[in-house]
Design a protein. Sequence first.
Length: 428
Amino acid sequence: MDKYIINGGNYLNGSIKISGAKNAAVAILPAVLLCDETCRIENIPCISDVNLIINILKSIGSSIKVINKNTLEINCKNVGSYTLSSAQTSGMRASSYFIGALLGRFNRARVAPPGGCDFGVRPIDQHIKGFEALGARVIYDNAMVDAKATELVGSSIYLDKVSVGATINIMLAAVKAKGLTIIENAAKEPHVVDLATFLNSMGADIMGAGTNVIKIRGVDYLHSSTYSIIPDQIEAGTYMAAVAAAGGNVVIENVIPKHLESIISKLTEAGVTIEEYEESVRVVSDKKLVATNLLTMPHPGFPTDMQPQMTTLLALADGVSIVNEGVWDNRFRYINQLILMGADITVDGKTAIVKGVKHFNSAPVCATDLRAGAALVIAALATEGVSEISNIHYIERGYEDIIEKLKNVGADIKRIYVPDPNKVDIAL
Ligand code: UD1
């Protein structure tokens, strides 16, 4: 029920340090299940999606030592269960990675279907196609995905659709399978590469991650590793879009500029100045934005997870932009919230026609998912007056310390406690 209150209109100046990548962390943490020795994972973002993964690991017997808020030592030697109920998995999409990781460990996984942001239908048929190709029998039993194999044996798998989740899940199941697995038409996202690098640091034999053909030669044993997760490309892009929309001069620190190429290109086309350094980028904006068209695609295309943030700033640009969503069927639900703030956007299926307006009006708005929530924060930062954003639990699934990071660059933002009207607070 808590809300963000943003008194917008301030220029943003200073620096923001980017945290570890959410989508890498939620794959790397389940991957530790494939190893019986202690792994030390650093640069883990402190966000609620990661907490859900950690709780799942603990619930099945992993021992987890907190070194600091971003570093954990995890030992999965005593994990004895391959079953996860919907109470454990329904909070997030990435809980599906436990199917691949548990199957890889036990040759068996009974996992309730994943939850996560609602962008329309989110099938896992390509994940299952991969598990079956490795020799598992996969059935739906009592609303659980039940995958079972006598032995996992490497195989060639062509993904009918480029899928981050299927690529990661098949990699997890195949890393200790017998022989060679080849994933063709694999996803190339930085977090796919980060998972492969982590698994290789434990002794796996994975080649080609980051291209569309990944070759995994199964190994018998994975050993302990100390590993630092890559910076979050989408968190970086979100703050870059915030500076672009609100105006200002901010250095975004701890990034891999190569991962930001498509975002940098599109922001530059929209009139924003970006300087690239080795591990940071400087974003300079005078708020004079110009329209540009956008099509989201798998990496290295423009990421769908930056579409709401980019659409928001295009709604303040001079001219008409056409935004095409090329990954998800229904990722424009947040547009109605932007319209409440005065945006002029028409949605037709997977296309949004964005007619730039001079400014938004402050308003109470409601996050409809994680990146939609981030987009509303950007809209409010760019808007004179006080805006209220509710449903912020979505935003906190993916952004570590968002309030502090934005306050440090001059934003007037606070989080307020709102009592739940359905709960009676009894003062004793
Ligand atoms: C991941 C990201 C999510 C991002 C998405 C696309 C994580 C935890 N989440 O989600 O933030 O928006 O990549 O970059 O990393 N599809 C199928 N069958 C399948 C799997 C996917 O048809 O078995 C389709 C989906 O419906 C979608 C497309 O493939 O249209 C891409 O989905 P996928 O890459 O799998 O997304 P996720 O891994 O769920």
